[in-house]
Design a protein around this ligand. Structure first.
Ligand SMILES: Nc1nc2c(ncn2[C@@H]2O[C@H](COP(=O)(O)OP(=O)(O)OP(=O)(O)O)[C@@H](O)[C@H]2O)c(=O)[nH]1
Length: 377
């Protein structure tokens, strides 16, 4: 994962490093001129530098495009080996400049370690090749005394040790940092999932608390909250407000004769009828077993009576009747309306309940308007 994450950065950095290295290597042509003057040796050196610069620039371009270092490590190793070979070749071509060459090898070795990121094995092998090759060239082509070779070797060993451990430490730190970041990412992902899970649980709980499981209508508590708000707004606006209670007649008989499953279907069908025949702004709730309650804002009790009668008619025509033949499905509805600003929801429900009770006693299958509302009229 770490390799995948840093791959684009490695590609970019390797590309830039190579371009800079190629240009710096090319610039040393000035020093060639200073050491060897005009002549075949200079032309040879210039030709070699040109080949190296062009190859490095081409490789920088290729690495920048397709230099995925976890799959094409050799592509990153190749320019280092070309540069190393060129530096080694300068010794036989310019043997008198050995002290300058030593400095160049030390700088190149450090540059390999510090500027080529995340490729410790590649860099270490290329450095080893550069250093051993340089020492061999110093012995064979520059006639260097043994004690000087020993001193150069010690210097190069030290350079390699410093470069190697610096890069090792850098890589370890980067990997640790990446591991911590990854851990944090995983925790954040888990946290996001946990929050989403809790939110969905909360929504489920809210829906369970607010909705009646069988009919999908507002549960009693939620209905009371919404109806209370509507009533307060109506009283504030001095607009009419009605409420009716609907009770299924002889519902026990349906349960007893056709089973509770059938009873449930009847309740669901009545709830659907209510939803379909009332306005969106009306609030419908399931008040108890086979009892429904409806709050009708902006509705005078006389209009509520018409709405209730229409609803009563629709219930009697319900298709569910086919499943319960010989049973006449009817409802009794008690209506209450706002009388004054002091009327509260509980008082309204009590009035509607009394009207409903009167309807039941009067023979059921009827719509009864509360006496208080009738008296007021
Ligand atoms: N299937 C079903 N039955 C329910 C549910 N809640 C309440 N009941 C039943 O509804 C019946 C109501 O019976 P009663 O209160 O005697 O009323 P009724 O038979 O409708 O008679 P009246 O209201 O006087 O016309 C009871 O048998 C309850 O068990 C429910 O969710 N599903």
């Amino acid at each position: 994962m770490y390799r995948r994450e840093v791959a684009p950065r490695v590609r970019r950095e390797s590309c830039v490093t190579l371009i800079v290295a190629a240009l710096v290597f090319g610039m040393f042509a000035i020093s060639d001129y200073h050491f060897v003057g005009l002549g075949p040796a200079l032309y040879l050196l210039l030709a070699m530098r040109l080949v190296v610069v062009v190859s490095c620039l081409v490789l920088a371009f290729v690495i920048g495009r397709v230099g995925d270092y976890s799959r094409r490590m050799w592509l990153h190793a190749l320019p280092l080996w070309i540069l190393a070979t060129a530096i080694i070749l300068i010794v036989p071509l310019r043997p008198e400049s050995l002290p300058t060459q030593v400095t160049a090898v030390v700088v190149a070795t450090m540059a390999f370690y510090l500027l080529i990121p995340n490729l410790l094995p590649v860099v270490a092998t290329a450095s080893l090749y550069l250093n051993l090759g340089f020492l061999a060239a110093a012995v064979m082509a520059a006639d260097t005394p043994a004690v000087v070779v020993l001193r150069i070797s010690l210097l190069l060993i030290m350079t390699n040790a410093v470069g190697f451990f610096a890069l090792l430490r850098l890589e370890t730190l980067q990997r640790r940092q990446f591991a911590l970041l990854e851990e944090e990412r995983v925790q954040n992902r888990q946290l996001v999932e946990e929050i989403a899970h809790r939110k969905s649980l909360e929504a489920q709980l809210r829906s369970v608390a607010e909705q009646d499981g069988l009919t999908g209508l507002d549960a009693r508590g939620h209905f009371m909250e919404r109806a209370r708000e509507l009533l307060q707004r109506a009283q504030f606006d001095r607009s009419p407000f009605s409420l009716f209670m609907i009770d299924v007649d002889h519902f026990k008989a349906i349960n007893d004769n056709w089973g509770h499953g059938q009873g449930d279907s009847v309740l669901k069908a009545i709830a659907e009828t209510c939803k379909a025949s009332l306005r969106p702004q009306d609030v419908i709730g399931r008040f108890g077993g086979e009892e429904f309650i409806v709050a009708l804002p902006d509705t005078h009790p006389k209009d509520a009576q018409m709405v209730a009668e229409r609803l009563q008619q629709k219930v009697s025509e319900l298709a569910v009747m086919e499943a319960i033949p010989d049973h006449r499905l009817t409802v009794t509805i008690g209506i209450a309306g706002v009388l004054d600003e002091a009327t509260d929801l509980d008082a309204l429900i009590h009035q509607a309940d009394q009207a409903l009770y009167a309807g039941k006693h009067g023979g059921r299958n009827r719509v009864v308007v509360s006496q208080e509302v009738e008296g007021e009229a």
